[in-house]
Design a protein around this ligand. Structure first.
Ligand code: FES
Ligand code: FES
Length: 159
């Protein structure tokens, strides 16, 4: 079945089984490898991406539901190729990753959170982000999300 959607601003049309999880279409058909497979059961968040601006776990999202939608992965998070997204900048400043495997999913969840809450505190972050990091980088992730919110606000106020 032909499925059409946009990914990171680019229109694509793919002939795939409509029940295929979007994760595998993104990774195997479109060769965008930031989005990761962790549990495959919507529990760990490694496969998180945005669909029409909302956060989804793509391991449990049949590609047929992406028809006509806009999908964003970490590769397309920054709308401007010359400029990092606040989450990317904060992640670098706080030197967050250890092995790095879970980080794209956390970053997509963080980007959504700072859109919804201007200044998230630790409780907001814990309440809204349930991703899992087996390396235990959560303390740095919390710092980086707070920093990303500051960067976003500074950018917005300088416009
Ligand atoms: S791989 Fe999708 S939530 Fe774990
Ligand atoms: S940095 Fe290794 S799993 Fe999170």
């Amino acid at each position: 079945m032909k499925i059409k959607f946009k990914i990171n601003g680019k229109a694509v049309e793919l002939d795939v089984d409509p029940e295929t999880p979007l994760l595998w279409v993104v990774r195997d058909e479109l060769k965008l490898k930031a989005t990761k497979y962790g549990c495959g059961r919507s529990m760990c968040g490694a496969c998180s991406l945005h669909i029409d601006g909302d956060l989804f776990r793509s391991c449990s999202y049949p590609v047929k539901y992406a028809e006509g939608k806009e999908v964003t992965t970490l590769e397309g998070l920054s709308e401007d190729e010359e400029e990092l997204h606040p989450v990317q900048q904060a992640w670098m400043e706080e030197n967050v990753p250890q092995c790095g495997y879970c980080q794209p999913g956390f970053m997509m969840a963080a980007a959504k959170l700072i859109e919804e809450i201007d200044e998230p505190d630790t409780e907001d972050i814990k309440a809204n982000i349930s991703n899992i990091c087996r390396c235990g980088t959560h303390p740095r992730i919390i710092k980086a999300i707070k920093r990303a919110a500051q960067i976003k606000q500074a950018k917005t106020s300088s416009l």
